[in-house]
Design a protein around this ligand. Structure first.
Ligand SMILES: O=C(O)[C@@H](CO)OP(=O)(O)O
Length: 247
């Protein structure tokens, strides 16, 4: 039996618009981001890809995107599960910093190591930073798993059990599953699904608000490597914009 997994990065957030590193800071969607989310839902509806269940992170830009997209697809009523394991990568001490200024201060190589290398995390955030999540009640159960910074390898490690567990269970039940999440947590999903190498994943960028559908075989392997963007032209333009952030 085949099943469908749809990946949807949140629409533009207010901090995407300001070009700030965001990570676990819980910023809202911009007006444009809300519109992107609605359009994403309309694309799902017109493609006949109707989710039976949605999984989101614990961050409002993904939660709101899921709500707006599902509302536009008339699927606002489906069950929802939320987990910190789908959160954006924790950006450590870079959270709240301007991407362009960071590029200028540290240079292209260090900037890209922090943004896209597989295993180099940014410096950790101090617990008393205004952009720290220490003490946030939504993460009270995490204990020592609570990150103060993460590289993509850390995201893969915390996300994989959830992908192979609750998400795989829903897919095996024949459900069409929507993941409303983030640029880097969805890069981790794509890496795992497509078996992308640690270096090659640096070149993969996920655009905001563009549904990416994976048809999966009975072993939950992609029928088409890389999946299918429902609006390939818009997705290609948006991917280039993400890749060039900071420049
Ligand atoms: O700031 C962030 O949290 C992410 C996603 O917006 O940025 P980047 O694409 O630079 O990893």
């Amino acid at each position: 039996m085949s099943s469908t997994l749809i990946l949807l990065r949140h629409g533009e957030s207010t901090w995407n618009a300001l070009n700030l590193f965001t990570g676990w800071v819980d910023v809202p969607l911009s007006e444009r981001g809300q519109e992107e989310a609605r359009k994403g839902g309309e694309l799902l509806k017109s493609a006949g890809l109707l989710p039976d269940v949605v999984h989101t992170s614990l961050l409002r830009r993904a939660i709101t995107t899921g709500n707006l997209a599902l509302d536009a697809a008339d699927r606002h009523w489906i069950p929802v599960r939320r987990t910190w394991r789908l959160n954006e990568r924790h950006y450590g001490d870079l959270q709240g910093k301007d991407k362009k200024q960071t590029l200028q201060a540290y240079g292209e190589e260090q900037f890209m190591l922090w943004r896209r290398s597989y295993d180099v995390p940014p410096p950790p955030i101090a617990p008393d930073s205004e952009f720290s999540q220490a003490g946030d009640p939504r993460y009270a159960d995490l204990g020592p798993e609570m990150p103060t910074t993460e590289c993509l390898a850390d995201v893969v490690a915390r996300l994989e059990p959830y992908l192979r567990g609750p998400i795989a269970d829903d897919l095996r039940a024949g459900h069409t599953v929507l993941l409303a999440a983030h640029g880097n947590s969805l890069r981790a999903v794509v890496k795992l699904l497509d078996g992308i190498g640690d270096e090659a994943i640096a070149k993969v960028n996920i655009p905001t608000g563009q549904p990416l559908a994976y048809e999966l075989d009975a072993d939950l392997r992609p029928v088409t490597a890389g999946g299918t963007y429902l609006d390939p032209e818009a997705a290609a333009a948006a991917i280039t914009a993400v890749a060039n952030q900071g420049r």
